[in-house]
Design a protein around this ligand. Sequence first.
Ligand code: PGA
Length: 363
Amino acid sequence: MKTANPKAYRNYFRQRTANQWHKIEAEAGIPGAIRPFLAGNWKMNMIPRSGVALTARILDICRDIKDVDIGLAPPFTGLSTLADYIKPDFLRTEYGLGRNVFLLAQDTFFESKGAFTGEISPEMLAAIGVDRVIIGHSDRRANLGKYYGFGSSVARRLTGGFLSSQLKKLKEKDGADAQVIAALEHLSAKGNQDILAGLARFLEEELRERAGESDEAIQLKIRAALAQGLQVILCCGENREARDANETFNLLDRQLRMALEVVSPRAVSEMIIAYEPVWAIGEGAKPATLEQISEVHDFIRNLIMDLYGEQIASSIRILYGGNVKPDNIVDIMNIAGVDGALVGGASLKANDFASIIRFGLNT
Ligand code: PGA
């Protein structure tokens, strides 16, 4: 696929430097003045009490910061306690902060209630004061198969005996798919046991590596969250394999088009997109280079322009995530198309996350 002209949106996108970001409040009212969004994704860390202590330390260091939006994403168990703690009134009296601290959930399910043991609905999140929900994080898109063992259950069932019994049932049904019947007949035939065993092993491996939330599930989650008045941080990003195969833009195009299919222009203008290359996330990984980040952010903004027009493309916030730390945040925020960051590991340390929020002011 051809990349749209990456420079196209720049005419109407305000160029800034990291130091200028912190003057945005003075410029309020200027069209195109975009508030940076710095979000901490705690992943599966922090009991409620430690989350509040961490937040208190961060906000204390950032008392003077009013022109940056701060997002905190505790695990589900910490949301309620943190909601009580960061209520606007509390922030205003204790820290002099306005409504610039937002409570984020790390995920949501898409049904509103019912027999979905372990899942949490958008209604439940909205009811306790969650502002935004992260949807499509790569921990969920790509890694679930590894942890839940998707694949092994498929592999265990893919035996000649199992296929023959399924075949029998299918043949009794009206309107069964003829192609499926032919495939099952072929595979369950006596001479094909080796092929079947090989196929089972292949599927097991593939599903372990790849199974996770699908683009379809992500679309359903977005629709459900928006219907409850929750804003969304939509994550997208390529894995190492896609990058090495030069498939980055194709993959992002697919992820984003599918996700945004259900999002109206009005809803998208409040949405935040986070570009998170999977290979750049987590301990031991290296962040993407500034060129890579810039190129992808341009690509995403151009895609938004194609789908929703200039005005939305120039104002939608696009974050970068993947090993953002105090020592690289200024360079990252200096990239013209970057409007903030989604921070994992460094958001668990008060001093680190506070200096990420204060980017450009510390140096
Ligand atoms: P990291 O995680 O900052 O620890 O690399 C980023 C993320 O997964 O959002």
